[in-house]
Design a binder for this molecule. Structure first.
Ligand code: ATP
Ligand code: MG
Length: 212
């Protein structure tokens, strides 16, 4: 299966993609992730090398993603997409073949506005909806919001969960807390991913039947 990690702008995608993929490797089920870096920055790909990842992250910043990459049935592809605000063409291509979309956002007005009410860009929700026309099943991929950089006890987590649900989005129960360790982790090896929130994320996706 293929999981597209998206956001209109910087949203925690690369950090979460790296940790989530490691949580899959560490999970009890024998998941075999393969990464795809569909962002011109190529940070996910670079991290896989400097961080000595136990799986490959392929460079994949292409508007022909849907014709260039096939994920073997026994593997889970994790795609780190670039900003849809600036590179919608690449994400459009990924969305044609994605089985699950995770929208990464902080529970802030700044992130909320760029998702819900961008002044001169196509809303990411519309981008996902429009992908249906070019998908084999003619329906948009299942899409869930992952709140990240949350602060324990802060009202913002519940507030933005409710606001996103009011806008029609599914929001995962699992949240990724704001953490200096996560903030500093890109470029370095990852260990113990399944013990924290990323392990909970894997479990929640399993429980919801979203991991195939
Ligand atoms: N859980 C976290 N706690 C604290 N800081 C975080 C967390 N996750 C990510 N960050 C920081 O937030 C910033 C954005 O994260 P990241 O680079 O993963 O986002 P991105 O969506 O990949 O951005 P871009 O699309 O610009 O590549 C980085 O400085 C990162 O270190
Ligand atoms: Mg990134």
């Amino acid at each position: 299966m293929l999981i597209a990690n998206v956001s209109p702008r910087t949203g925690g995608k690369t950090t979460n993609s790296g940790w989530f993929a490691h949580a899959l490797v560490e999970a009890q089920r024998d998941y075999k992730p393969v990464g795809f870096d569909a962002d011109h920055s190529q940070q996910f790909h670079a991290w896989s090398e400097t961080g000595d990842f136990p799986f490959e992250v392929k460079p994949a910043a292409s508007a022909k993603f849907h014709t260039e990459h096939v994920v073997p049935a026994e593997m889970i592809g994790i795609v780190d997409c670039g900003h849809t605000e600036n590179h919608p063409d690449i994400t459009n291509s990924v969305l044609r073949v994605a089985d699950l979309v995770i929208l990464h956002m902080a529970p802030t007005k700044a992130d909320f506005d760029r998702i819900i009410d961008p002044p001169d860009k196509t809303k990411i929700g519309d981008i996902i909806a429009m992908s249906a026309a070019l998908r084999s099943d003619r329906t948009p991929p299942p899409t869930w919001v992952l709140l990240n950089r949350t602060v324990s006890g802060a009202s913002s987590t519940g507030l933005y969960r409710d606001m996103m649900e009011d806008e029609g989005w599914n929001v995962l129960t699992t949240v990724i807390p704001r953490s200096e360790a996560l903030a500093q982790s890109v470029s370095y090896p990852i260990s113990g991913a399944s013990k924290g929130p990323f392990g909970s994320l894997v479990t929640e996706l399993e429980d919801r039947g979203l991991l195939k």
